[in-house]
Write a protein that binds this ligand. Structure first.
Ligand SMILES: [Zn+2]
Ligand SMILES: [Zn+2]
Length: 395
C-alpha cells in the first residue's frame, strides 16, 4: 500500500493548493466563518460523509462510518482568520481588507478536507468511525469549548482526538510533538489601584496610584522568580498600563492589564492568588483601595503520552525518526485543550518553514506564509495516525 498511499496523496496536491488559496483569499473572523463552512460542508457532502452544520454557530462536523465496526477517532481544524492587513505580494493574498489567514488555519481546513477525500475513496477498508471537526473561533473565541458543549464528542462517542498546527519554526517535512504539556493556560487579569487625585505639586494631599502601580509592577515580577517552583513554568506579563492625563496631575486611579501563563493547574492557582495578594498588599501599604479581576482563558493543552507516542511513531514510519522532534512546551495557548480535557489525544506541529523560498515569518505576522508542500504532507501524517489508531493496516 505504501506507494499507492503516497501517490494518492501527492496526486491531490493541486486540488489542495486551490482549496487553500480560495480560503486564503477569503478570510473570515471568528464566528463569521460562513463561506468557509459552506465550502467545507459542500466538499464533505460530495465525499458522501454525514454532515452537520451550524455547530457552535459556524462549525461543521463530518462523519464517516466505516463498513466494519471499530473505534471512533476525531480530527480537528480551526477555520478563523485574524484582523490583520496582509502584506504578502502574491496573487492569492487576502482579498478582504484588514483580514488575513496569518495563523495557517486555511491550511488546517484544507488538510482535513484532504484526509476526508482520502478516506472517502477507501471507505470499504475503514473499520470504525472517523469524525471531522471544523470549528470556529480558535483565536480567542474558544470555539472548541462551545463545540464540546454542543456535543461534538458524542454520538458516536469519540475515543481519541488529534489536531495539528502548521509551525513556522520547524522546517517543511518535519513533525513536532510534545509528550505531555504542549501549550499554556492563558488567563488574564486586571488590577486597579484606586487612590485620590490632586495637584502634582502637593502630593501630600493625594494618594498617588501611579507610584502604587509601580510597586505592583515590580512585585508582580517577583511571583515567578520567588513563588513558583523553578522546575515549573510560568509567565506574568503586564501588557497595558493606563492612568493619568497631564504632567502635573496625580490621577485618581491606574489600571494594569496582563496575561498569565502556566502549564499545570497548581501553578495556575498559585499565580492567581499571589497576584491578588500583591494588589491587596500594595494598596494597603499606600492606604488606598484596589479592584481586582481574573479571567480564566484556555486551559493548558496536555497531550496523552500514549497518543503522542502513537503520533510520533505513525509519522516516523513515513518520514523517519530523525524528522520527528519532541518539543519543549510553548507558553502560547490553543483551544484544542478543551477536547483534550475530555478525550485522550494529541496535538502536533507540521513544519511549514522553508528558508530557500523565503518562508520564515512568524505566526500573526502580515508576511506569514506556509510552504504549500505542507498540505499533502499534513494529509499523509493524519492518514498515518488514523490508520495506526484504528488499526486499518493500509500502510
Ligand atoms: Zn493564531
Ligand atoms: Zn492558530
Amino acid at each position: 500500500m505504501e506507494n499507492s498511499l503516497g501517490a494518492k496523496i501527492s496526486g491531490m496536491k493541486d486540488w489542495l493548493v486551490s482549496i487553500r488559496r480560495t480560503i486564503h483569499m477569503n478570510p473570515e473572523l471568528m464566528f463569521e466563518e460562513e463561506e468557509t463552512a459552506r465550502l467545507v460542508a459542500e466538499w464533505l457532502g460530495k465525499f458522501g460523509l454525514q454532515v452537520q452544520k451550524g455547530v457552535a454557530k459556524t462549525g461543521v462536523v463530518g462523519l464517516l462510518r466505516g463498513e466494519k465496526a471499530g473505534k471512533t477517532v476525531a480530527i480537528r481544524a480551526d477555520m478563523d482568520a485574524l484582523p490583520l492587513e496582509e502584506a504578502n505580494p502574491f496573487s492569492y493574498a487576502s482579498k478582504v481588507k484588514g483580514k488575513m489567514h496569518a495563523c495557517g488555519h486555511d491550511a488546517h481546513v484544507t488538510i482535513l478536507l484532504g484526509v476526508a477525500k482520502f478516506f472517502a475513496s477507501i471507505r470499504q477498508q475503514v473499520a470504525g468511525n472517523i469524525k471531522w471537526i471544523f470549528q470556529p473561533a480558535e483565536e480567542g473565541g474558544g470555539g472548541a469549548r462551545i463545540m464540546v458543549e454542543e456535543g461534538v464528542l458524542e454520538n458516536p462517542k469519540v475515543e481519541a482526538i488529534f489536531g495539528a498546527h502548521v509551525y513556522p519554526e520547524i522546517q517543511i517535512g518535519k513533525v513536532g510533538i510534545n509528550e505531555r504539556e504542549g501549550l499554556a493556560a492563558t488567563d488574564r487579569f486586571i488590577i486597579k489601584m484606586i487612590g485620590k487625585g490632586g495637584h502634582g505639586a502637593y502630593p501630600h494631599y493625594s494618594k498617588d496610584p501611579i507610584l502604587a502601580a509601580g510597586h505592583v509592577i515590580t512585585q508582580i515580577h517577583s511571583i515567578v522568580a520567588r513563588n513558583i517552583n523553578p522546575l515549573d513554568s510560568a509567565v506574568v506579563t503586564i501588557g497595558k498600563v493606563s492612568g493619568g492625563t497631564a504632567f502635573n496631575i496625580i490621577p485618581d486611579e491606574v489600571e494594569l492589564l496582563g496575561t498569565v501563563r502556566s502549564l499545570i493547574p497548581a501553578v495556575r492557582e498559585e499565580l492567581k492568588s499571589r497576584l491578588e495578594q500583591v494588589a491587596r498588599g500594595v494598596a494597603g501599604s499606600f492606604g488606598m483601595d484596589y479592584r481586582w479581576d481574573f479571567q480564566y482563558g484556555y486551559p493548558a493543552l496536555v497531550n496523552d503520552p500514549q497518543m503522542s507516542r502513537l503520533v510520533a511513531e505513525a509519522c516516523a514510519q513515513g518520514i523517519g525518526k530523525g524528522n520527528v522532534e519532541f518539543l519543549k512546551p510553548s507558553m502560547g495557548g490553543e483551544d484544542f485543550a478543551y477536547y483534550l480535557e475530555k478525550v485522550p489525544g494529541a496535538f502536533f506541529r507540521l513544519g511549514c518553514r522553508n528558508e530557500a523560498k523565503g518562508i520564515i515569518h512568524p505566526f500573526h505576522s502580515s508576511l506569514f506564509d506556509i510552504d504549500e508542500d505542507v498540505l499533502p504532507f499534513g494529509v499523509e501524517m493524519f492518514v498515518r495516525i488514523i490508520d495506526e489508531y484504528l488499526g486499518l493496516k493500509l500502510i
